[in-house]
Design a binder for this molecule. Sequence first.
Ligand code: AN0
Ligand code: CP
Length: 318
Amino acid sequence: MRHFTCVKDLGDLHEALQEALEIKRDRYKYVELGRNKTLLMVFFNSSLRTRLSTQKAGLNLGMNVIVLDVNQGAWKLETERGVIMDGDKSEHLLEAIPVMGCYCDVIGVRSFARFESREDDYQEKILNQFIQYSGRPVFSMEAATGHPLQSFADWITIEEHKTVDRPKVVMSWAPHPKALPQAVPNSFAQWMVAAGYEVVITHPHGYELDPKFTAGATIEYDQMKAFEGAHFIYGKNWSCASPEHYGEVLSKDRSWTIGERQMAVTDNAFFMHCLPVRRNMIVTDDVIEGPRSLVIPEAANREISATVVLKKILEGLK
Ligand code: AN0
Ligand code: CP
């Protein structure tokens, strides 16, 4: 594997799952693979899980790891070509990217949707410039439209907990005070369909995701109906994805907050969320603290998904 930006890059999913379970049993099994190889993790946005789990994954593989928080200590970066740089930005991304590539063998990038232009976000302008100009394999640590390391970890978690062959997996929109990207729900939908599950997405009208990511899933606007018989509930907020209202918060309706009322109609479903989560907006205290909550196992599996992805990239370097 050269770059990792979506589920398709992983190749055979069954094999990837076996690799994940193998690494989970012995996470240092491939500690020689990354000897004298350097991982650079570049963050344009905040992170707790991605930062720690991906760093740990690099260490599992024997890599050296450098972390750069672009907004803390680096020069302020211009990202638009053709701009007369007489403002507060001291360096252009078009120099910064190849420079970063000089000091490492693999680059991870976190660059959220900026909501300035739907086109730029959906073309993955920043991530693709890293792919184009760094000269290194690049993997997404959540880009504008996808968060594949998260979905890979979510999928491992579901495989570990499912009790039927083809579970009903329901992703539910839930309210949040601020505009959040569509990256996590896009990837989750795409990944769950690729895994072959029964996938239902529920959200208020106006929150339709790009069909490029949701093809194969059923859209159900009635949340209670969607939850009926579900085996897994995946809570998530996202802002409006449509060109007319891109990035807008259209609803903060707390009747969508996932609580015991909704969980009661499921088939004793597990609750999942990628974290960070706002309690009593997305999910009630009782549900997230309950015995069917998988939020911590999901976070733990981020180390596993990142180790598999880095392993495949390192194997591609040889
Ligand atoms: C981010 C998002 O929704 O994309 C990161 C989630 C992993 N969440 C927030 O910004 C709160
Ligand atoms: N789930 C996730 O990616 O968390 P962070 O934003 O803390 O990395």
